[in-house]
Design a protein around this ligand. Sequence first.
Ligand code: PMP
Length: 416
Amino acid sequence: MVALSPILKQATPVIAARGEGALLWDEDDRRYLDFTAGIGVTSTGHSHPRIVAAAQEQIAKIIHAQYTTVMHRPLLDLTERLGEVLPQGLDRVFFANSGSEAVEAALRLARQATGRPNVVVFHGGFHGRTVAAASLTTSGTKFRSGFAPLMAGVTVTPFPDPSHYGWSQEETTEFALRQLDYTLQTLTSPEDTAAFLVEPVLGEGGYVPATTEFLAGLRERAERHGILLILDEVQTGWGRTGRFWAHEHFDATADILITAKGIASGFPLSAIAASEELMSKAWPGSQGGTYGANAVACAAALATLEVIRDEHLVENADQRGKQLRAALEEVAGQHDAIAGVRGLGLMLGTEFRDADGKPDGAAATRVQQAAAENGLLLLTCGAWGQVVRMIPALVVTEEQVDEAAQVWSQTVAAAL
Ligand code: PMP
């Protein structure tokens, strides 16, 4: 009998049969509050009727109109409509299928455009699982081990993570910028450095928001040295943090913006956006792919844009995020084992620590698994797996957040 490879590690034993909004049912018709949303993908909720209709309509017309062979209408319309949400000046887009591919596309563009080989990444960042993207990933050795050598030309420097360093946000930001300068002086000279690659909120690395001063510091150094600033908004984009892009919280700007996950409500699609000037430095034909910008995925992305706008989902992410955060903070205040709550909008994490103040991945996993047994699907993140994260669909209702908060409170009390 053929079985699944043990390469995969399952977070829960659930076999999903159907979903609706922020809810999911298993094959025995057991209902779950899905606060994982396919790792932050199904922002419009499971099988939103308008996404289903758009995909069904497109599927009956043409499924695969390969984009380096022929163009298709959903691709052209989506490209144009992205103008409504992309930051000003980032008016050239390239589509791929996954976050990792988009990260690789950004890397290639940065190297071609600058003629420089190196990339600086920030400790705790996650940028994907292909070998190049894994080389840029420093959120856990599990993403890097056993298949070395990884890609050369990557230098790691600290991300301002106050809970890791145990300092204030200001001190940690200052330290991270000082270390970046040290890195540019000792490890990769600016003349060799194509780009800084950073997440505005560390995702897999533990749901740690950057700071305005940190991103301003990156921008200042990028300008000074002709280095490109690449923002990886694969997990944070499309309304997840209560703004359409997380970097809006920090008044930051990107030279290359990477997006995926929430873009097409579950269909595989990703993109990078940059200025015409920068994109024109790419070598034509050096990027592409068989499946990029699939017609059904593009139709779903167009419908996703409309649903986010018509249902005010960015505002809902902000409001429900505040509601959820208040509930999580109340629970955090009742338990010494919880070090704190962090994140932005509907991207929230609760960090567990042991009696010695060390990151406690075992406690986080215990709580995450008990929550699943209690009908609340969650994931962990952080280098030690010490953070339990909540990333429900942006359509999540006030009542569902209340219900999740209640399950969370009871689960934490029983599992710790
Ligand atoms: N970048 C970030 C910030 C991510 O969170 C992820 C996925 N968790 C990726 C890149 C990789 O995306 P994918 O799994 O679609 O390749």
